[in-house]
Design a protein around this ligand. Structure first.
Ligand code: NI
Length: 162
């Protein structure tokens, strides 16, 4: 396990569409382990593979006590419900945050590190993290969606960067 360098905006890798994962092997497991280390080291609640320069459809989130660390490969939204407007940040865009409208409840499916199908339901911060990280896999950043972007205040722990 190791901490990887987080790619910062405007690096073009953050604007690419990440590729589907087809091999659930030791390389993928090392990537996932490193991504979790890197996310925790940076006090984030989510991290997508393009943020460490790897264009694969992989992200990790840890946004609530109930679920803890979630690893998701080849994620797809199954359903979205409701609406929330809140402050969002990104580990790739330090110093800025913005108010972004997101669905308040999301069901998302994908695969675990062994290729088994998995599905999660998230509300509030976890739902926001799912949407934010999935956007990263499509080259979309929160600054593209924000109603306003401003200098980051000292964030409450639950609003840390993704
Ligand atoms: Ni982000």
């Amino acid at each position: 396990m190791a901490i990887r360098l987080i790619v910062k905006h405007p690096d073009p890798v953050l604007r690419e569409r990440a590729k589907e994962v087809t091999k659930f092997n030791a390389n993928l497991h090392k990537l996932l382990d490193d991504m979790a280390d890197t996310m925790y080291d940076a006090d984030g609640v989510g991290l997508a593979a393009p943020q460490v320069g790897i264009l694969k459809r992989v992200f990790v989130v840890d946004a609530d006590e109930e679920h803890g660390l979630i690893e998701l490969i080849n994620p797809e939204i199954v359903s979205m419900e409701g609406e929330q407007l809140g402050a969002e940040g990104c580990l790739s865009i330090p110093g800025l945050q913005g108010d972004v409208k997101r669905a308040n409840k999301v069901v998302i499916k994908g695969q675990d590190r062994y290729g088994n199908p998995v599905q999660y339901e998230g509300t509030e911060l976890l739902a926001r993290a799912f949407q934010h990280e999935l956007d990263h896999l499509n080259g979309v950043l929160f600054i593209d969606l924000a109603e306003s972007v401003y200098e980051a205040r000292k964030l409450a722990p639950e609003q840390d960067g993704e």
